[in-house]
Design a protein around this ligand. Structure first.
Ligand SMILES: [Zn+2]
Ligand SMILES: [Zn+2]
Length: 367
């Protein structure tokens, strides 16, 4: 934690709220479920709220409002703003402002959830302390023109409590009296808020700690399929930081990215348009550049060592030369606008991966 943050700057409202939500989710909700179980209505409502609030953050707050990676009709904007508020992660305007600063200043002091200040700081710590001075909302001028966003900015807390907690409590009460009301408050309310919040927090912490960096090592962001399962597809964070305006985080067809699928479905029914995609050739070029950089770093590391294994050095040099040659050839083909088919891209990618695997197998033991 840096010296701008001190104990006397604890944000007590956020801290007490997160403490109670966590305590109810970890202790209160399991005790309730053990004693009363969950009927089909409240079970369905729980699943609906998890999906609605989770996707409102990833599809709405993140990919739509922060990165403008597609255009959405007003029903989508309204729904993601209402259910996004129910995640208790602040208004869309404030969330987007923080997130845009995260992308602009990743891993440095102006990054609100800077992973270089430690895992817990990036995960939750940054929410528990007030930053002084409070960063201005000076990077969301585009969203200020959106009447729905400004309406949500004004009523964010009321929507969060009303739709996020009181509505499921009321539905539970109507269906099953006080036992149902408790299911609405403890399970559909608190437990669901806890799960969706932790899913978002993991993107800022684990997705900057665990996984691969196939597209860039300029920042700490990483790709992890495991994390994608817990984050509605946001686990492919290395790709996302390199190509932040792409509506996909999991760019490959096989990637688990329910947010990407939902945006695609919205387009099919006419509620979304102008989906932004990075051309496959540019994605591959980034992979090739990163592979070449890894070989460069490995070679430099070997040469700075006291004892040098000549055979290992020669192997790395050979791989580096091949990677550089491929990179320049492919780069030239793209700049000359040569038509590159999917099959050709797949072949280049396979060769790049094979070279990276060979690079990983070179053992620079001293002779
Ligand atoms: Zn990030
Ligand atoms: Zn982002």
């Amino acid at each position: 934690m840096n010296d701008r943050i001190a104990f006397d700057r604890v944000d007590w409202v956020n801290s007490i709220f997160l403490f109670f939500i966590s305590a109810i989710a970890v202790i209160g909700a399991p005790i309730y479920l053990w004693n009363f179980g969950l009927d089909w209505l409240m079970g369905s409502l729980f699943v609906f709220y998890v999906l609605a609030t989770g996707l409102s953050i990833t599809l709405g707050y993140h990919r739509l409002f922060s990165h403008l990676s597609f255009k959405a009709k007003w029903p989508v904007r309204l729904a993601t703003l209402v259910f996004g508020a129910c995640a208790f992660e602040n208004s869309a305007l404030s969330w987007v402002s923080d997130h845009r600063r995260h992308h602009k200043h990743t891993d440095d002091d102006d990054d609100p959830y800077d992973i270089s200040k430690g895992f817990w700081w990036a995960h939750m710590g940054w929410i528990l302390f007030k930053v002084n001075p409070v960063p201005p909302l000076d990077n969301v001028a585009d969203l200020r023109k959106d009447k729905l966003v400004m309406w949500q900015y004004r009523w964010d807390k009321l929507l969060a409590v009303g739709v996020g907690l009181l509505l499921p409590t009321a539905i539970g009460f109507i269906s099953n009296g006080w036992v149902g009301a408790l299911a609405g408050l403890l399970v559909v309310g608190a437990l669901r808020v806890f799960l969706v919040q932790q899913s978002t927090f993991f993107i800022n912490s684990l997705c900057h700690t665990v996984g691969d960096q196939p597209y860039s090592t300029k920042c700490s962001a990483r790709d992890s399929t495991v994390m994608a399962f817990f984050t509605f597809g946001e686990g492919y964070h290395n790709f996302h930081h390199e190509f932040q305006h792409d509506y996909r985080n999991g760019v490959k067809t096989w990637c688990f990215d329910p947010t990407k699928w939902s945006i695609w479905l919205l387009q099919k029914v006419g509620l979304a348009s102008s989906l932004r995609r990075v051309p496959p050739s540019r994605v591959l070029l980034a992979e090739m550049a990163e592979a070449r950089r890894k070989a460069d770093v490995k070679l430099a590391g070997l040469e700075s060592g006291e004892t040098v294994c000549e055979r290992a050095r020669e192997s790395i040099k050979e791989i580096l030369e091949q990677l550089s040659e491929n990179y320049h050839e492919f780069d030239q083909a793209i700049s000359e606008k040569v038509e590159v088919s999917k099959k050709v891209i797949a072949e280049w990618r396979r060769e790049t991966r094979e070279l990276v695997a060979r690079l990983g197998n070179v053992r620079p033991e001293p002779v």
